[in-house]
Structures are given as structure tokens and as C-alpha cells.
Design a protein around this ligand. Structure first.
Ligand code: ADP
Ligand code: MG
Length: 576
């Protein structure tokens, strides 16, 4: 017998809870069972958003009559048998609860046959009661039909959303599973209309293409890396292809769709510098790791997991994504930034994106001298800094330059911020930011809650380049400051940093907090909009910018550079 009822002590170790919340949960559990049953083809059919009917039919290993009868009992599973098995789960299911839970809140019909049996078994259960058990002719595999969900729980049924909203949830879970298993054929029909028909694919890329289409797929960067503890495979939208929410961020662990705040945070961290603040990356992230190093038994729907070494996993993901995304980085061009209509169309994935990243900017000699022989990030966006001809400064803020067939406009504050930010990071990582002693120490009066923040973070503040001392009451004596900071900015910077410590403590990670502080320092130290720069200062700024790792965005993720093509000017003046 394959299926066993788990002994009570093991059953009790399983994260318990309600699995059936809505039609999509039924689809999820049934699809998972079909995947676990080694199916090559899985067909999902629903009527009325799943409220009337959900049917999942597979060509998997099927069940014998005996197993089929056991499968609808609580805690009956073929997937684990001991408490140790819980520590290394390789199947999607393991709790033995889905079929009985579904059967208890619906009318469920199970038809199944193994390859070794001549005829199949049919079981009908209504509201948890077995109504019929019989023999039936049927193909090898399993078909579960769930009708009238929550017929015996009217209160629950009332909470279901509209047909289209419930179907959206089903489509989500279907897509998520289909992405997790590109080698399996999946079909989905709703109200007898074919919604998805996905042939088996060799690669995830092919499956993404089949689901989302051409223009969507063309905006993805594929990132792959094998480490001793994990294999990492991701498809990340290029930075110009973002979404207003996280609905295009899907994560997978060992073939299981998962939700993970850790992975989402790592993704944010890695892409922060290249994606505008209110936008979200498109990302499909697939992680394979030894099941012993992750716990999937933390949540009833098994959607949440716990990594045994969260820090290591987080920093590995940030590093891999960072590296991957920067090798295919994109420069904001004026066309894609300004044309919202085009952008909206692009959001819906219907038109092809112009590949701005590949455009080259030709040459102008005079900055070349200052940067020659120095390594420049020339790959990035094809902008050749050493070939920019400076034409002037607009509003004492925007440096206007020309390069071949393009106008290049640089925001002097954003550029300076980027340069200083990267310098501060490397100083911070190298032990601490250089402190410049003040000839005349200054005193600053602070509100009591900021004094608190200071007292608790003296060491951090010293690594940030501040030499401070409490001078009785709520007064701070400042003896030294980060060397990039002008005197007039000291108080403002310090107050802003302490304020951030006070509000962020316990809410954001330490790494994030430090990053934000470096951003504050960079912003306070940078050249301001309105500052008048000499030709020499401008040249230095551009040459320094060209040597940063991410020259195209300031640390707040705003662009540092905007490009306007000659062609665009000509079309605005209606020359063409
Ligand atoms: P679990 O998946 O956690 O084991 P379920 O209640 O979902 O629990 O299923 C109980 C058992 O029924 C499974 O362990 C499996 O042996 C069997 N089963 C369920 N669905 C199928 C299927 N589509 N094909 C073959 N066996 C199945
Ligand atoms: Mg299951």
C-alpha cells in the first residue's frame, strides 16, 4: 500500500490550517497532486470562476482502489512516513490534508487508475460523506471534479468574490505552477473557452514566451549561477520594463511556487539603483537547493518557506542579481522616459520596445585627455563619456553636452551624488569614512529622542565619519565630520541621519539603514542644483561620473543623464 495514515505525533508536527479558502486553493492543491504524481499532461477546467466546477485531469501514476479510499482520509499521504521526512521534503504535498479538506466542503468525484489495474475506481464524496465507490473504465491517471464549492458552508460561499475575480486567482496559480514545471503540458479552460494551452517546453524561457508573449520575453535578462549551496536561475525585466506593483514577481524553490519576503527584499536591494522608487521589477526567480536547508512546513498553504541560513541566501541573491543586471544595463533615453502612452502600451506587453541600450554615442575629444588610460564602464548604454562636447549649463543645474547625433543632459547634483555615494560606500566598506577634524568644534542642540538615537549608535556614527560627544543635556559636541561634508551641511546631515535611525530602527535591515545613511551623506555633500561650476569642475564631474559603477542613476534612483536624439529634435521641429 502506498498511502498511509500518518501517526498522530507526526500529523501534529505539520503546520495545520485551512487549505481551502477559495476556488484557486482547490486548483492549487489538485495541480500539485498531479505534478507529484509524475504527470506529463495536466488539464484544468473551471466553470464560473471555479464556483460551479473545478476539474483537474492528469495522466500521472494514478491510485489503486485501496489508495484512492485512503487518499480522502485526513493525514493520509504517500509522500512522507516519518518525522525525519519532514526535514527534507521533495514533493509539493506532504500533509495528506488536501483531498479530505476539499471533499468536506464540496461535491467531489475522484476517478483514478494505475497502469497496473485493468479498471479504475470512482469515488463520490459529498460534504465529507462517501456517497459512492465503484469500478469504472478510464485512462491511466487521475481526474478530480469538484463542484459546488462551499455548498454546505453558505457563510463561506458568500465571501467568494465575483466570477472574474475568482478566475483571476485561478489563472495566477495556474501560471505559477506552469512556470515551475515547463516540461509538463498544461491546459486551462474557463466556461469552455480555452485560456491557456502550453505545450511541454525544454526551457523556462520557452514557457515564459508561451505564457507572456514575444515583447514581454524580449525585455527579460536571463541570469544563471551555480553555487555550492544553490543553483540560481532568474529572468529579470530590464530596468526600463517595470510594473507599478509586485504582481510580476514570481519565486520558485525546488519547483514549488513560493512567496518570500527575503527574496523580494533581495530583489529590491539589487535593483534599487536602476529602478525608480515607486516601480517594481519584473522577475521570475528559480532557486534549487538541498531540501534540508529549507523548511517548507511553516505555513498551511506551503507557500512560505524558511531558509536555514537567511543572511547567506539574501546576500548571495543580491550579489548574483546585481552582477547579472549590470551586464545588461540600460540608460534612460528621452523617448522611453517621456512618452507615457507608449509606456502604457509597453506595460500591457503589446508593442516592441526600442532597444535604447544599444545606441552608440560618437565622439568629442576634449574630455578624453582627462580620462584617457582610465577604465570606463563603456559597455553601459554605449555612452562614451570621453567623447562628450560640453556646450553649456542650463539653469546652473543641467550640463548640456553634445555627442554625435545626441544631446546629452546631465543633472549636476544627481551626478555628483552618484560619485560621492560610491566613494562613501568604498570607504565605509574599507573600515569607515575618513573623518576630518574640525578646527573649531561645534555644538548642536537636539531633541531628546535624537540624543537617544545618538547614544545607541555611537560606533555606527563614527564609521560614518562623525566624531561626536555628548556635551551635557541634549547638546552634542561635533569634533570631526566626513571629509566630503561642508560645514554648512553638518547639522542638517546629522539630524537627518539620527532621525532616520530613530524611525527605521527595527523596521529595516541594518544594511538598508546604512545604505540610506550613505545616501543622506552623499546628498548633503554633493554639488547642488544652482551651484555655478567652472569648466574644469564640469570636466572633472563627468570624468568622475564615467568611472562610477552605475553612472546613469543617482542613489535615489533618479536618472543622472537624459539623452535626446537628433532624430527626435528633428521630428519635434517637423523637419521630417
Ligand atoms: P498530500 O498531497 O499532502 O499527500 P493529498 O490529500 O493532497 O495529500 O493527497 C493524498 C494522497 O493521495 C497523496 O499523498 C497521493 O498519494 C494521492 N493522490 C492525490 N492526488 C493524486 C493524483 N492526482 N495522482 C495520484 N495520486 C494522488
Ligand atoms: Mg496534495
Amino acid at each position: 500500500m502506498r498511502i498511509r495514515v500518518l501517526p498522530e505525533e507526526i500529523a501534529n508536527k505539520i503546520a495545520a490550517g485551512e487549505v481551502v479558502e477559495r476556488p484557486a486553493s482547490v486548483v492549487k492543491e489538485l495541480m500539485e497532486n498531479s505534478i507529484d504524481a509524475e504527470s506529463r499532461s495536466i488539464e484544468v477546467e473551471v466553470l464560473s470562476g471555479g464556483k460551479k466546477l473545478i476539474q483537474v485531469a492528469d495522466d500521472g501514476i494514478g491510485m489503486s482502489r485501496e489508495d484512492a479510499l485512503l487518499s480522502i482520509r485526513r493525514h493520509a499521504t504517500s509522500k512522507i512516513s516519518s518525522a525525519e521526512d519532514l526535514a527534507a521534503i521533495k514533493t509539493l504535498g506532504f500533509r495528506g490534508e488536501a483531498l479530505p479538506s476539499i471533499a468536506s466542503v464540496s461535491k467531489m468525484e475522484l476517478v483514478t487508475r494505475t497502469a497496473g489495474d485493468l479498471s479504475g475506481t470512482k469515488i463520490v464524496v459529498e460534504g465529507g460523506r462517501v456517497k459512492e465507490v465503484g469500478q469504472i473504465g478510464c485512462p491511466v491517471g487521475t481526474r478530480v471534479r469538484v463542484s459546488n464549492l462551499f455548498f454546505n458552508l453558505p457563510a463561506r460561499a458568500k465571501f467568494l468574490k465575483s466570477e472574474s475575480s475568482e478566475f483571476r486567482h485561478i489563472l495566477n496559480i495556474f501560471t505559477w505552477n506552469a512556470l515551475a514545471h515547463p516540461d509538463i503540458l498544461f491546459r486551462l479552460t474557463h466556461n469552455r473557452r480555452k485560456v491557456m494551452d502550453l505545450p511541454p517546453s525544454e526551457t523556462i524561457a520557452e514557457r515564459i514566451y508561451a505564457i507572456y508573449g514575444k515583447s514581454f520575453s524580449e525585455n527579460l535578462i536571463e541570469i544563471h549561477e551555480e553555487l555550492p549551496n544553490m543553483a540560481f536561475h532568474a529572468f529579470v525585466g530590464n530596468p526600463s520594463f517595470t510594473k507599478p506593483n509586485r504582481s510580476y514577481q514570481l519565486f520558485f524553490l525546488n519547483g514549488r511556487p513560493i512567496r518570500s519576503r527575503l527574496i523580494a527584499a533581495a530583489l529590491d536591494e539589487a535593483l534599487r539603483a536602476v529602478i525608480p522608487r515607486e516601480r517594481h521589477a519584473v522577475a521570475f526567480i528559480f532557486i534549487e537547493m538541498n531540501p534540508r536547508h529549507v523548511d517548507v512546513n511553516v505555513h498551511p498553504t506551503k507557500m512560505e518557506v524558511r531558509f536555514s541560513d537567511e543572511r547567506a541566501v539574501y546576500s548571495q541573491i543580491v550579489r548574483i542579481l546585481n552582477k547579472g543586471i549590470h551586464s545588461g544595463l540600460y540608460v534612460p533615453g528621452s523617448t522611453s522616459q517621456a512618452m507615457s502612452e507608449e509606456r502604457m502600451e509597453r506595460e500591457s506587453g503589446e508593442i516592441d520596445l526600442p532597444n535604447v541600450a544599444q545606441e552608440e554615442i560618437p565622439l568629442a575629444p576634449h574630455i578624453r585627455a582627462s580620462v584617457e588610460d582610465q577604465r570606463i564602464d563603456l559597455k553601459l548604454g554605449g555612452l562614451k563619456f570621453d567623447q562628450l562636447a560640453i556646450r553649456g549649463v542650463l539653469f546652473d543645474t543641467y550640463i548640456l553636452a553634445e555627442s554625435g547625433d545626441e544631446v546629452v543632459i546631465i543633472d549636476q547634483h544627481a551626478a555628483s551624488e552618484r560619485i560621492i555615494y560610491e566613494r562613501l560606500i568604498s570607504q565605509f566598506e574599507g573600515g569607515g569614512i575618513a573623518i576630518q577634524g574640525l578646527l573649531m568644534p561645534i555644538t548642536i542642540d537636539l531633541p531628546a529622542n535624537l540624543i537617544e538615537a545618538f547614544l545607541e549608535n555611537v560606533e555606527l556614527l563614527s564609521r560614518l565619519g562623525f566624531d561626536l560627544e555628548r556635551f551635557g543635556g541634549n547638546t552634542l559636541l561635533v569634533r570631526g565630520v566626513p571629509s566630503s561634508l561642508e560645514n554648512s551641511e553638518i547639522e542638517g546631515a546629522l539630524v537627518e541621519i539620527l532621525e532616520r535611525i530613530r524611525t527605521g530602527l527595527g523596521k529595516v535591515s541594518r544594511t538598508e539603514m546604512i545604505r540610506e545613511m550613505l545616501v543622506i551623506l552623499a546628498c548633503r555633500s554633493a554639488i547642488k542644483a544652482g551651484d555655478k561650476l567652472s569648466q574644469e569642475e564640469i570636466e572633472r564631474l563627468l570624468s568622475d561620473l564615467s568611472r562610477t559603477e552605475l553612472p546613469f542613476n543617482c542613489p535615489h534612483s533618479r536618472p543622472t543623464i537624459i539623452r535626446l536624439s537628433r532624430k527626435e529634435l528633428e521630428s519635434r521641429f517637423r523637419r521630417r
